[in-house]
Ligand binder design. Structure first.
Ligand SMILES: NC(=O)c1ccc[n+]([C@@H]2O[C@H](COP(=O)([O-])OP(=O)(O)OC[C@H]3O[C@@H](n4cnc5c(N)ncnc54)[C@H](O)[C@@H]3O)[C@@H](O)[C@H]2O)c1
Length: 253
């Protein structure tokens, strides 16, 4: 077990995390709470969200959970407004929610295309749009968008997911340019394969061993490893980092 960093600049910061109910998002909620941040998170999973709140009560501030389906833009705008009211503002937006359902090219319909873009890409823009006024009022802010190693590797059966994840890196650069003069930093975190309950649905033990063999480092990436990057990028220590993609992939090639 290694000792982890504490960032004094994160104490009391108002943080909104999408998809915080499970997987990496759950790790993000726990990590920001442990830094003494005020955290609000949303998820489509009611039970998981409520359970995470129940076991996070020993931080300086208990997180608040908002159930929401991010595929609905009105719901995205509403949940940001609710979080802003609960937290008294928003300093840090973590656009984490996504869904990596597999698909074959021949079976993709226009409706499925729209649904995949809605769950993986569109909500990130509209959450940023909704949170920016609060960040401006606070004198600055941080937006972290979650990309993926998948399209960098060209993994199979994930064309739409990879299309959305590639777009997120472009969106990050555009947002960083337009918001930089407001002292709002925007970056993409690019995870490799992270051991989460959902990933264990896709990979057998042999599959996991293959991933580790393709990495430079001989261990599985855990949600806490991704959260460590998010904490740094959200902190004032990263004050001159914007418009880029930060990989946590153990050197997967
Ligand atoms: N785990 C990995 O190996 C990996 C690799 C690369 C990128 N990523 C990215 O990291 C982020 C988190 O991934 P994860 O592995 O924790 O995924 P996950 O599926 O375990 O968790 C995603 C969370 O988002 C929520 N969510 C999904 N659709 C939603 C909707 N319509 N409305 C509200 N919430 C919704 C889910 O309920 C879930 O709690 C995603 O953007 C994912 O694409 C993950």
């Amino acid at each position: 077990m290694t000792a982890s960093a504490t960032y004094p600049s994160l104490a009391g910061k108002r943080v909104f995390i999408s998809g915080g109910g499970s997987g990496i998002g759950e790790g993000l909620v726990e990590a920001f709470v442990a830094q003494g941040a005020r955290v609000a998170f949303c998820d489509i999973l009611q039970e998981e969200g409520a359970a995470l709140v129940a076991r996070s009560r020993n931080g300086a501030f208990a997180p608040s959970f908002h159930r929401c389906d991010l595929r609905d833009v009105n719901a995205v705008q509403q949940v940001i407004a609710d979080a802003e009211q609960t937290l008294g503002g928003i300093d840090i937006l973590v656009n984490n929610a996504g869904n990596d359902d597999r698909h074959v090219i021949a079976e993709v319909t226009p409706a499925y295309w729209d649904d995949r873009m809605a769950v993986n890409l569109r909500h990130m823009f509209f959450a940023a749009q909704a949170a920016v006024p609060a960040m401006r009022r606070a004198g600055g802010g941080v937006i972290l968008n979650f990309g993926s190693i998948s399209w960098h590797l060209g993994l199979p059966d994930l064309v739409l997911y990879q299309t959305a994840k590639a777009a997120i890196e472009g969106m990050t650069r555009g947002l960083a340019r337009d918001l930089g003069r407001d002292n709002i930093r925007v970056n993409t975190i690019v995870p490799g394969n992270v051991k989460t309950p959902r990933q264990m649905k896709w990979y057998t033990e042999e599959g996991e061993a293959e991933i580790v063999a393709s990495q430079c480092l001989d261990a599985r990436i855990l949600p806490a490893d991704i959260a460590a990057m998010a904490l740094f990028l959200a902190s004032d220590d990263a004050r001159m980092c914007t418009g880029h993609d930060y990989f946590v992939d153990a050197g997967w090639r």
